[in-house]
Ligand binder design. Structure first.
Ligand code: PLP
Length: 395
């Protein structure tokens, strides 16, 4: 099973390392000499359990996750994460505060398309969620977060915040947080890392919960990775009928059982059938990351790729319009517009003729977007940079 290197820069599902897919292609037919494929084994078998445990261990090793955190997996993607976070963590709050009269709320930093959707989902589910700050400008564009974070922001009182939510990398808008928001201790930060999970080193101890859909940087669609601080689970870990009583009382939706964090964790991510093939791909991807020197190495490579790409775009400021301020530029999704009538279509067409595909911006914002996730090689980006340089010089 061979293919030549694809220069495909789609935002997700995204390119996976060929050797991972080759190994998985073999294992989907016959896994460990069992005569059945990895997608056909029982999710309660020892083989499945080993895949789950080894993947958890790989993620824990890569991110140096402290012992007081738990890694688990659920079906669904990033959007399932939006709803699961809202229902699980809101029940947490209501249990803690019960009738005490203090109504803690979730606060959302809206720094792009996905955090806005997550906020809207929390509201739709009936949570009393607040926007903490919003970088959406009056012209409808999402600007970078930096200028806005200088604004006078409300001081958060930890007793009144059930969690503070943000999206570390806004895939559509090309905005990435250089570091998590600074908040007083005791505030649980919840973070969507769907499009930059395992692209860089992260200090997990700063978070209450991290989640990520797998299909961009680390795997295939169908699986969400969660990392949660254990004290948050123990607060959740009460009887389900107790939760129901509280949710009924406050007219809040109860968490579906397959997304109920304590239930999923208690059953080592196999309460219901886990998409084991998708998880197996994640295992192979994380094995490869470890073998290649871990996140330090990956981060260096990702920095290099984004530096040369932004470098060539900055070289032609009249031609390329980069909407995101330098400090908040994403290392994963490089977005830009090309000034000049019809030039964007010309660029996309000429790029396609040279074998570079997946360069169109998200349909909601237009323009161009180059997604340079972990699986995109240094050589691929160098070739694209040379093409962009040639294209720009000839305009
Ligand atoms: N969060 C981020 C940062 C994303 O980029 C996406 C998808 O592009 C999502 C959430 C939603 O993911 P899904 O389509 O898996 O629900």
């Amino acid at each position: 099973l061979e293919r030549s290197e694809a220069h495909y820069y789609g935002a997700g599902p995204a390119l996976m390392p060929t050797e991972v897919l080759q190994q998985a292609a073999y294992d989907i037919i016959n896994y460990c000499g069992e005569g059945v494929g990895v997608g056909e084994i029982s999710h309660r078998s020892k083989l499945a359990d080993d895949i789950i445990n080894n993947t958890k261990k790989n993620i824990a090793d890569l991110l140096s996750i402290p012992d007081n955190y738990e890694v688990f997996f659920m079906q669904g993607g990033g959007t399932t994460g939006f709803s699961s976070v809202a229902t699980n963590l809101s029940s947490n709050f209501y249990k803690q505060n019960g009738d005490l009269g203090i109504r803690a709320k979730p606060y959302y930093i809206v720094n792009g398309t996905w955090s806005l959707k997550s906020f809207e989902e929390a509201k739709r589910l009936g949570l009393d969620a607040e926007v903490y700050y919003n970088v959406k400008q009056s012209n409808g564009k999402f600007d970078d977060y930096k200028t806005n974070s200088n604004k006078q922001l409300p001081k958060l009182n930890k007793d009144q915040v059930s969690y503070l939510y943000y999206c570390d990398n806004e895939t559509v808008n090309g905005i990435e947080f250089p570091e998590p928001p600074k908040v007083e201790s005791g505030i649980n930060i919840v973070c969507d890392m769907s499009s930059n999970f395992l692209s860089k080193k992260v200090d997990v101890s700063k978070y209450g919960l991290i989640f990520a859909g797998a299909q961009k940087n680390v795997g295939l669609a169908g699986l969400t990775i969660y990392i949660i601080r254990k004290d948050l689970i123990s607060q959740l870990n009460e009887k389900i009928d107790e939760e129901k009583k509280i949710m009924d009382k406050y007219h809040l939706p109860i968490t579906p059982i397959a997304n109920h964090f304590p239930t999923v964790i208690k059953n080592n991510s196999a309460y219901n059938t886990i998409p084991i093939f998708t998880l197996y791909i994640l295992k192979l991807v994380t094995d490869k990351l470890i073998a290649e020197g871990g996140l330090e190495n990956q981060q260096k490579l990702n920095n290099y790729k984004s530096e040369i790409l932004y470098g060539v775009l900055d070289k032609y400021p009249k031609l390329f319009d980069l909407p995101v301020n330098t400090e908040a530029r994403s290392n994963m999704n490089v977005v830009f517009r090309i000034n000049g009538d019809g030039l964007e279509s010309k660029f996309i067409e000429e790029a396609k003729n040279e074998g570079f595909t997946g360069l169109k911006g998200h349909r909601s914002v237009g323009g161009c977007r180059v997604s340079i996730y972990n699986a995109i090689s240094k050589q691929s980006v160098e070739k694209l940079v040379a093409f962009i340089d040639k294209f720009a010089a000839s305009q």
